[in-house]
Design a protein around this ligand. Sequence first.
Ligand SMILES: C[S@@+](CC[C@H](N)C(=O)[O-])C[C@H]1O[C@@H](n2cnc3c(N)ncnc32)[C@H](O)[C@@H]1O
Length: 310
Amino acid sequence: MLHLCSVLCVLCSVFCVLCSVFCVLSSGSVDAVTHDEYYDANRANWSERVAGHWMPDGYDAPGFIADKDRITGVVQFDHPYLGDLEGRSLLHLQCHFGMDTLSLARLGAAVTGIDFSPEAIAAARRLSDESGTPGRFVETELYLTPQSVVDEQFDLVYTGVGAINWLPDISRWGEVVATMLKPGGVFYIRECHPVAWSLRFPIEDPHDETLTIEYPYFEVADPISWDLDVGDVGSAVIENARIFEWNHGLGEIMGALTSQGLAIDLYEEHRFLEWQGQHHMVQGDDGRWRLPKHQRDLVPLMYSLRAHKM
Ligand SMILES: C[S@@+](CC[C@H](N)C(=O)[O-])C[C@H]1O[C@@H](n2cnc3c(N)ncnc32)[C@H](O)[C@@H]1O
């Protein structure tokens, strides 16, 4: 899979952490695992990553604190799709420790970020305090967002870059998005393309450039499971190695939104990733990763989708 694990290093081009190249993965049977266990495992894995991501060779929180004008590469890319953020209320789903969220705040939005990792939320609050960039951060599981951020709706709901692969049910996700949006409000996601996530990864032979579909494109009940035991920052070993991820087809993603009364205004596909999803991808001057020229037009790697609630 191009792959669901590599989203762990969802990063702007400046501080892309290349988790995928470090990942030594094995898929295995998950028959005996309940949904709570999936979440517990994923939460533990993500929580363990926060300290490394904070560091200068990770997302570089100290640099973000020191440079009050810094906007992450992810948000620099997405900003034109979002329009003027001044004074708009924005909810960032699965915000990790909030560097993208606070970049959106620096562009004028009144931001709320949610994430289920207590370590990520604590770090996000610290980042907000120490950088002097206002933001509210709420610890909650994605599907419980309406119960955790109560009686509130937002002008904008923003998510992606390695977010929805952690969710087993894309229809329920669509319900959450719609519930949290004001009528007329805008939803935007930039995410790894499900075709890219269905590609075999890792590939054992470093000279093998074959792109092979190996994992389900469509949402299936059983997750892909991985042992991701090598840190994506530095050489730290991750003890909570087992993670569980799900792919969702484009029709399923769009259907999850349109069935909840959202109208899709924009859909674009991109030939780059924010991380090295295949070993033979090459990094551009913009820090983004692309397939070599002879393969560049074969598959989309990311997409941007914008919708509004009718
Ligand atoms: C790759 S990050 C998303 C991109 C983010 N903007 C960043 O800066 O990295 C994925 C985030 O999803 C969170 N997450 C995973 N499953 C979740 C769930 N079920 N509910 C809430 N948050 C979840 C993780 O804790 C992690 O912080």
